[in-house]
Design a binder for this molecule. Structure first.
Ligand code: GDP
Ligand code: MN
Length: 399
């Protein structure tokens, strides 16, 4: 689960990390009030969307000359007019895709005088099963580019969970960023604060780009992106409360209500599968036959008719879906339950695209019989290979 920059900074502040003073707002009037409260003389007006690259982003509704989604301004009037310009408009950045994201909230911050910009992130390194730090002097810019062109400028290390973060980790960061004296001390403190926040809150990613040294020789977190391990949210009510559903895929929200493992993708073939492994294999084989899956969907081992109906509705409601492949191996799940769910869903919402159903396992004969007698226009398939070929062919013919 992702959160907004201002929410991430509020968490980091709880742990003592240095962030600028700021106030989240929803209207231009609130922005003006916030600007007065912060006092200036420099403010930063920051679009709050769940995507990076805002500074270099462009608003769809404004001309090419208009400024981006992060603006450093020097008067209360400019805070207000920038806020009015950004709110309600669509910001397109390198990370949003062409559609962009509507800006509904802003963060008004006290402006910092930047001396240097660094990069610092933390993530779970799956290879070592540890929390890893990634640090670079090349902050502010595209870190992927740095990794590609000058990989030696990126320093990484991981923390042994048995000992936790140690003073030498702080020194490693300070050395990587060429910091000495008091700034090195600040880096040490920051490493402790970030590690505590990361592990306490079950973060999956914490990215600070840029981490800056100000003209007053202070280390400061100028931007913060945080995502949490979704499987841990149940034990963090405070984190759950930060969820902004307007930033999420509506289909994924609907799926989560039914406890379905669903992820929207870019392709055109909707998939309904039980079991994550089978779902992955189904996606692979669709690609092998030349098309792309529209989603990952694991309905789980013990799905009910209601759950299957909900899953099918989510798939059919997606306009990019040009064909549907239902691939079920009945183990705990019974094929006749799946069949009933599919039949019910088609009755409820209709079926505008080709549907291939492959059932195997427990109660397969009962399932096939139900579908056969339903009068639905279903293409039956015998195995995975056959099913993938049939749905690809049907979609191509229908196009
Ligand atoms: P992003 O573009 O979405 O990554 O948003 P950032 O929060 O990183 O802001 C983009 C850029 O705006 C930063 O890299 C800084 O160069 C600049 N910026 C952000 N906050 C301040 C500030 O307080 N003072 C100054 N001078 N520049 C800032
Ligand atoms: Mn940034």
């Amino acid at each position: 689960m992702n959160i907004h920059e201002y929410q991430a900074k509020a968490i980091l502040k709880e742990y003592g990390a240095p962030v600028s003073r700021g106030i989240p707002v929803f209207t231009a009037e609130e922005a003006e009030k916030a600007a007065h409260e912060l006092g200036g003389p420099v403010w930063v007006v920051k679009s709050q969307i769940h995507a990076g690259g805002r500074g270099k982003g462009k608003f769809k509704e404004l001309g090419a000359e208009a400024k981006g989604g992060v603006r450093v301004v020097k008067s209360v009037e400019d805070v207000k007019s920038s806020a009015a310009e950004m709110l309600g408009n669509t910001l397109v950045t390198e990370q949003t895709g062409e559609g962009g994201k509507q800006v509904n909230r802003l963060y008004i911050e006290e402006g910092a005088a930047i001396e240097k910009e660094f990069y610092l992130s933390m993530l779970i390194d799956r290879e070592t099963s540890r929390v890893a730090f990634v640090v670079s002097t090349e902050g502010g810019m595209n870190i992927e580019e740095v990794a590609h062109d000058t990989p030696e400028k990126i320093i990484t290390f991981s923390v042994d969970p048995a000992t936790g973060v140690q003073p030498h980790h702080g020194r490693t960061v300070a050395r990587a960023l060429n910091l000495s004296g008091d700034l090195a001390k600040q880096a040490g403190a920051l490493v402790n604060q970030l590690y505590a926040a990361f592990t306490d809150k079950d973060m999956a990613l914490l990215e600070i780009n840029p981490l800056v040294v100000t003209k007053d020789n202070e280390l400061k977190v100028l931007d913060a992106k945080v995502s949490f391990d979704s499987n841990s949210i149940y034990r963090h009510a405070d984190v759950a409360a930060l969820r902004d559903e307007t930033e999420e895929d509506a289909k994924e929200i609907e799926a989560s209500k039914y406890d379905l493992n669903y992820i929207a993708l870019d392709g055109s073939i909707g998939c309904m599968v039980n079991g994550a492994g089978l779902a992955m294999a189904t996606m692979d084989i669709i690609k092998q036959y030349g098309m792309e899956p529209a989603n990952f969907l694991d309905v789980g081992g013990g799905a009910t008719t209601e759950k299957v109906t909900a899953a099918f509705k989510i798939i059919t409601a997606d306009p990019v879906v040009k064909g549907i492949l239902v691939n079920i191996f009945g183990g705990i799940m019974k094929c006749d339950v799946i069949a009933q769910g599919v039949i019910q869903a088609v009755k409820d919402v209709g079926l505008q695209v080709p549907l291939v159903v492959r059932l195997e396992g427990t109660n397969v004969e009962a399932g096939k019989k139900l579908i056969g007698e339903s009068g639905l226009n279903v293409i039956a398939a015998d195995d995975l290979d056959d099913a993938a070929q049939k749905i690809v062919k049907a979609v191509k013919e229908a196009a």
